[in-house]
Each structure stands twice: as structure tokens, then as C-alpha cells.
Design a protein around this ligand. Sequence first.
Ligand code: CP3
Length: 354
Amino acid sequence: MSHATRTRADRSQLPLVAAATGARPSRRPVWFMRQAGRSLPEYRALRAEHGMLESCFDPAMVCEITMQPVRRHDVDAAILFSDIVVPLKAAGIDLDIVAGTGPVIANPVRTAADVAALPRLEPDAVGAVAHAVGLILDELSDTTALIGFAGAPFTLASYLIEGGPSRNYERTKAMMHGDPQTWNLLMGKLADITIAFLRVQLDAGADAMQLFDSWAGMLSAADYQRFVAPHSTRVLAEVAEYGVPRIHFGVGTGELLAPMAATGADVIGVDWRVPLDEAVRRVGPGKAVQGNLDPTLLFAGTDVVEQHVQRVIDDGDRAIAEGAIGHIFNLGHGVLPGTDPDVLTRVVELVHTL
Ligand code: CP3
């Protein structure tokens, strides 16, 4: 089956790609992390009869859920509906995504033997994802980008080692510091899985990609540099040949913005704690910034939302004056499930007119 994939010239028309590459976008691009999901009644209706992982391996459902926020909000990018643990599941690791909790790993990875036994990801195992990318590209307009994504090795490692979400990451940090050799083997294997998963999406035609290192902000800059950065750097280098914007994001990464930028990403995602112009001083010139409206402010009423959308835009303009090559509007982290979707639609309208 053949699908419409875009040429480099086609892609340069996408506001998201233009902003990420220092060209002039036709409008300021905006999309939201977790735009596909529980804030949308049409998502909840579709998911009522299907498990999360089941949905992620059904190309028609992936396409439909990916398109829902695009139709509703007129965002400038679709993000593939999937999850960071999908490639781990596809590789054969026993895990589930539990509603309200997140990923839960049946047999956490704690020893050198556990690491040695980890499977590789064969591209065919995520063939459903490649198929879904093709279906989505057939539906997207010429000005809406499709963002592929993967979890970065550290965030994936934290789930595998802790067995699920964690508050303190004590077992993760214990392996990192106590057995650096096993840690590096694990991170190397996870980097391989991440690279394979991204390549499948990019081969299928994704226009941009985001590497989520959501929980890297739990680390000191020194630990990040020593134990994490080399592996994320390898992931980003291995997909550079596709020539698409590579976005890198984590939460609470104010102290890590410089080393995260040094991993080679083209766009740095910033959470709400650091204003975008200050972020650029830490990141350095020559990259685009993405962010960073606090997702909780979407609950604070119209006046607050309007005021803070304007502030983020002003910060974005100052960031560009300070050397950033572009600004992609987003939240500082994902859309919270109780968010009123009409508020998201209004944010998009504001970003496009202000
Ligand atoms: O719209 C999008 O952003 C695309 C879809 C997407 C999901 N997960 C769908 C999802 C993306 C990009 C992710 C990435 C992801 N998954 C990350 C990185 C992004 C971030 O938030 O920092 C992380 C850390 C995960 C792990 C994970 N999966 C968590 C923490 C949760 C939430 C648990 C919960 O129920 O509160 C999930 C489940 C998940 N992933 C849902 C969705 C829509 C909820 C599933 C449901 O509907 O029950």
C-alpha cells in the first residue's frame, strides 16, 4: 500500500518545520503534548471499549485518535497516538498501561542478567505504527505536521527498573551509581530500541520527532551528563540523517537545559518553570524553543489564560531576539485529563492571532 509522503520542500511549508529550522512560519505553530487523550469526549467514547495498548497497535484507531485534536483545535501538528512503552511491549517485554497509573512492568529489570535478557526491537513488530503513520499522512492537510516520538533511554530505564511510575527513582539511581556497567548496558539497549522505533516512524513519513526524557529533571546536571547524555546523544545522531526537526523535552529540566541542548536536538522543549527567554540563555543560540504555558493555568478562567498565552508569546519573541531560531507554542507538560477542550481551542485561536 502506498501513502502520500512529503518532500523536503513540502515540509518547509509546515509552520512547525519552518519555526524549527529558522525559516519564517506562515503563523506561529502551536500543538499540545497529550492533545490526544482524555480531555476529549470523542477519545473517551472510542477508548471505552478498547484497552490502551490494544488501541496503540490498531492502525485505524491510532489514526482516528491522532486526528481528533487536529480536527477540533486546528493545531499545527498531530502527534502520533502511541506511548513511550509501545516499543518495549512490541519487543516482547511484559507490561501494561494501567489507567490512572501509567506503565506497569511485570518483571522489573534489576540485575545484569535481567539486562542481558532484554529483547531487541524488530521493526516488523511495530508495523502497525508504520501503517498508522501512512493513514494519518493521507488525512493531514499540507500545513499540519505529523510528529513521531519515543521515550528517551533514561525515562524508559526508570520505568523498567522501578516497575512503574516512581516518586524518588531510588532503584534507578542505585543502579546508575552502584553498577554503572550494567546501567550503561541497559541504556545502550534502550537507545537501540528507541532508534529502531523512531526509524520506523520516520521511514513511514513522520515530519518531525520528539524525544521525551520526561523524568530527566530528577537528576543533577553532573549525573545527567555522565549517565544519560551520551545515550540520548547517540539516539539523536542516529536519526539526524532524516533531516527532520528533532525536539527534546523533559519536565523540571531548568538545570539541564544546556546539557540537553548539547545532545544535538534542534528544538528544546521547556516546562513552565523557566521563561523561554531565560531558557535560550541556558540553551545557547541557534536552536528553536518549544513551550511553555503551565497546563494547570487552563483551569484558571479565560482572563488568566489570555494573559498567560500573551506572556508566553512575548517570552517567545524575546527568546528569538536572544538568539533562538523559532518558537513553537506548547504547554510546559501534557494536557491534564480534566481540561476543558474548548479552552484548548481558544488557546490555539489566540496563538494564531496574537
Ligand atoms: O497526545 C499525545 O501527546 C500523544 C500520545 C502520548 C501518550 N503517551 C498517550 C497516553 C504520548 C506522546 C505519550 C508519551 C508518554 N507516555 C510519556 C512522555 C510524555 C510525558 O507525559 O511526559 C510518558 C512519561 C508516558 C508514560 C505514561 N503513559 C503515563 C505517565 C501515562 C498516564 C497515566 C494516567 O492514566 O494518568 C500513560 C498512559 C497514556 N499515554 C494515556 C494516553 C492518552 C492515558 C491512557 C488512558 O486513556 O487511560
